[in-house]
Design a protein around this ligand. Structure first.
Ligand code: SAM
Length: 242
C-alpha cells in the first residue's frame, strides 16, 4: 500500500498514524508488523516504511529507505466545470489517474455545482495520487470564472477544448498537428458542464490563440466520460512523460 503523509521523510523517522490510516492498514489490508508500506509526502520522494503496531487499533510507521526520488508534478492542467459531488469525486480521481497535475474547477454559465467542496476535491486528488503511484500532489486551485481561467493560461500552453460541436475529424491527427509529440508544449484540457458552454463562452474559448477544439466523436458524452476520453487521447498521442 502507499500512503500520503504530511511529514518530513528521512531514514529512521517515526510516523504515528491517525486512526483511519491505522485501521486501513491493520484491519482493512490486515497488514502486520514489519509488512512494508510505501509513504510519500509530495516533495521528498517515496520511502519504504515498516509497520509497527503500538496498540489494538494504533500503529506507527518507521521510515526505512528511499525507494524513488521525487518527480515533478505532471504539467497537464485539467479545466472542468464542476459537477454534482459524487461525480466530482470521480472526475477528480480520473483526472489524476490520467495524468493531470493541476485540477482546475471553472465556473461557467451552465455550471451545476457553483459551490465546489475544495477540501473534498483535494482529498480525492491525494487519494488518487496514493492509488496511481504518482509522487507529486496535484494542485487544486480555487474555482475561477471562465474568462479568468483562460487568461491565466500562458500563451504557449495548448488548450485542448472538448467541443461536441467541432467537426468530427481525426482527433489524433489534430492533436499531433497542434502539439509536436517529440517536444510536446505545456497542455491544458477543457471540458464543459452537463449543460454545455454558452455561445459567448465558446467564442471566448475559440478566440484564444493556441486553442484546439476537438470532437470526441458523434455522440454527446457526459462530462466525466469526455474527461477520461480526452485525457486518454492526450496520453496516447503525447506520451506519458507528463
Ligand atoms: N451540448 C451538450 C448536449 O447537447 O447535451 C451538453 C454538454 S456535454 C453533456 C458535457 C461536455 O462534455 C461538453 O461541454 C464537452 O466539453 C464535452 N463533450 C461531450 N460530448 C463531446 C464530444 N462528442 N466531443 C467533444 N466534447 C464532448
Amino acid at each position: 500500500p502507499r500512503l500520503f503523509v504530511a511529514a518530513d521523510l528521512a531514514a529512521g523517522v517515526n510516523l504515528p498514524l491517525d486512526r483511519a490510516q491505522a485501521n486501513y492498514l491493520l484491519n482493512v489490508l490486515r497488514k502486520g508488523p514489519d509488512d512494508p508500506v510505501l509513504v510519500f509526502n509530495g516533495r521528498d520522494g517515496e520511502w519504504r516504511a515498516r509497520l509497527v503496531q503500538t496498540g489494538r487499533k494504533s500503529a506507527d510507521l518507521q521510515v526505512a529507505e528511499r525507494m524513488r526520488v521525487q518527480t515533478p508534478r505532471p504539467d497537464l492542467h485539467y479545466l472542468f466545470a464542476p459537477l454534482k459531488s459524487a461525480r466530482l469525486d470521480y472526475l477528480a480521481q480520473k483526472a489524476v489517474e490520467m495524468g493531470a497535475g493541476t485540477i482546475r474547477p471553472v465556473i461557467t454559465r451552465f455550471t451545476q455545482g457553483e459551490r465546489v467542496n475544495m477540501e473534498r476535491l483535494r482529498a480525492n486528488a491525494v487519494e488518487a495520487a496514493e492509488q496511481c503511484g504518482i509522487l507529486a500532489i496535484p494542485d487544486c486551485p480555487e474555482p475561477e470564472r471562465l474568462p479568468r481561467a483562460l487568461g491565466s493560461l500562458t500563451a504557449e500552453r495548448v488548450l485542448v477544448f472538448c467541443d461536441e460541436d467541432a467537426p468530427v475529424r481525426d482527433p489524433v491527427r489534430a492533436l499531433r498537428e497542434a502539439a509536436d509529440p517529440s517536444a510536446p508544449p505545456p497542455l491544458a484540457v477543457l471540458v464543459g458542464p452537463e449543460g454545455g458552454f454558452s455561445e459567448e463562452e465558446r467564442a471566448l474559448i475559440r478566440a484564444r490563440p493556441n486553442t484546439l477544439a476537438i470532437s470526441l466523436g458523434p455522440r454527446i458524452l457526459r462530462a466525466d466520460t469526455a474527461a477520461v476520453a480526452v485525457l486518454a487521447l492526450v496520453q496516447a498521442v503525447l506520451g506519458d512523460g507528463r
